[in-house]
Write a new protein. Structure first.
Length: 310
């Protein structure tokens, strides 16, 4: 027991700064060790997930430099003796069709889809977000309801319609819907972005004599650039990778896209040129990757400015 001082017990334990600071230092050191162990476990787990995600990409890269008989059944990720014949054979084309034809067709289709979505969906989004008209809520609910319809339910009616219009074996069935704001998801995305823009911008523009067309073009669209770029990225990727649409509506190999061109590596007897197919798949990834890298910063801008309030 410590001595009594003024009726209050006084501890006999030393109260020097060194004695008081030692437990705090030990606690800080223990916290740093725990934090370091947790950070190490987090980084190791992230690297493991990254390896799983990137494994198909590395497999495609390695398979493009393998011989055809080494691809199937081989456990090696990269070949011991790489070859470049898979790429050199692509220069000869597929069934006397240059592979550049497939890439040009896919580019036309993808860029046409991007232009259609940006024009039509932004107009529809502006109408829902900034204009009050009768039946707006009902039309918006019907538009959102189209997201619940499976693609295969509409496939046969659409094919019959385009067949009656004599549009089979053209790009019209693949592009027409893009210019009619049929992609409800992108309309919803742009509309939510436009709703967060301050209403005072519209009021100030009307005082200067601007109508809806001028407000849409000069004020709303520039401020919605992150949402437009986001829609453009996803539209380009979807159109570039689309296989079902071109398979149904295109019959002429000269009009095939890259996805259908890959199918031509398998002949009617079931013999597949896996090396050429994988090499072309690797090349087909480059436009999508470059398009995404060119505009990925706008995705971050969209996330940063989507909470803008008036």
């Amino acid at each position: 027991m410590g001595a009594l001082r003024g009726g209050v017990p006084v501890s006999s334990t030393p109260t020097t700064p060194e004695a008081v600071g030692a437990p705090a230092l030990r606690r800080a050191a223990d916290a740093l060790r725990r934090r370091g162990a947790g950070s190490l476990a987090w980084h190791l787990g992230s690297l493991a997930v990254l390896a799983v995600v990137l494994y198909p990409v590395f497999w495609v890269i390695g398979g493009s430099f393998k011989a055809n008989d080494e691809i199937v059944g081989s456990l090696e990720l990269f070949p011991t003796t790489p070859i470049t014949e898979n790429f050199t054979r692509l220069a000869n084309g597929i069934a006397d069709i240059p592979i550049s034809t497939f890439f040009v067709n896919s580019t036309v289709l993808a860029l046409g889809s991007v232009a259609g979505v940006l024009i039509s969906c932004s107009l529809a989004a502006y109408a829902f977000a900034r204009i009050r008209f009768a039946g707006r809520n009902l039309l918006f609910a019907l538009m959102i309801g189209t997201l619940l319809l499976p693609y295969h339910v509409l496939l046969i009616p659409q094919y019959v319609l385009f067949q009656k219009l004599d549009l089979i074996n053209t790009y019209a069935p693949l592009l027409l819907g893009k210019y009619l704001a049929t992609d409800a998801f992108f309309v919803f995305l742009m509309m939510q972005f436009m709703r967060n823009l301050p209403k005072e911008l519209d009021e100030a523009a009307r005082l200067d004599g601007c109508g809806h067309a001028r407000i849409y073009w000069s004020i709303v669209l520039p401020l919605c650039r992150p949402a437009l770029i986001t829609s453009a990225i996803f539209t380009f990727i979807n159109a570039w990778n689309d296989f079902m649409g071109p398979l149904i509506y295109l019959n002429d190999p000269e009009k095939y896209t890259v996805s259908l061109g890959l199918k031509m590596f398998v002949d009617q007897d079931g013999v597949a040129n896996y090396g050429g197919m994988i090499a072309m798949s690797l090349i087909a990834l480059l436009p999508v990757l470059l398009f995404f890298l060119a505009f990925q910063r706008y995705l971050i801008d969209g996330m940063a400015t989507s909470g803008l309030k008036g």
